[in-house]
Design a protein around this ligand. Structure first.
Ligand SMILES: [Zn+2]
Length: 161
């Protein structure tokens, strides 16, 4: 009888999905050397210390929201967000248009001048939401702190018009 072989090197999980988790990157090794990963949940929550084994065995599939959601609403969809998220989503869509739809008039002062957007944000609204939080109200807009800079987590904040 031989035991199942255990791989000596752990796989790179970056970009993989496990349930509601999307793996962003490996977090620096803990003292004990256990492999933990920075993951983003489908709800936008980010955890820095999801264990490799918890992911690969399916023990952890979300930040906890899936369990809560399952009780209340089995057919929970990623778009089932609060009203607040909707205006945040609109802002995200506007920024994408500004930066990447170079034929659109609203890209004149942005994409056409080379203003870009954080790579994570470009492909993921949950990533944007996790970094910036909800747009506080219709009175708020997303401002770049350095107007020459890009739309990135470091360079953006919500300000009242
Ligand atoms: Zn979650």
């Amino acid at each position: 009888m031989t035991a199942a072989p255990t791989p000596s090197t752990k796989k790179d999980l970056t970009g993989k999905t496990f349930g509601g988790w999307t793996v962003l990157e490996e977090t620096p090794k803990t003292r004990k050397g256990s492999s933990t990963w920075k993951c983003r949940c489908e709800c936008g929550a980010v955890r820095f210390n999801v264990f490799y084994t918890a992911l690969t065995t399916g023990r952890s599939t979300s930040c906890g929201c899936r369990r809560k959601g399952a009780k209340r609403n089995r057919a929970r969809s990623p778009s089932a967000h609060s009203q607040g998220s909707n205006i945040t989503y609109q802002t995200w869509m506007h920024i994408k248009t500004r930066c990447f739809n170079l034929n659109h008039p609203s890209s004149r002062g942005y994409g056409q001048r080379g203003v870009g957007m954080a790579r994570e944000w470009r492909t993921s609204f949950p990533a944007f939401l996790a970094d910036m939080g909800e747009r506080p109200s219709h009175e708020h807009r997303l401002e770049r702190i350095n107007p020459q800079g890009h739309y990135t987590p470091d360079n953006c904040h919500w300000v009242q018009r």
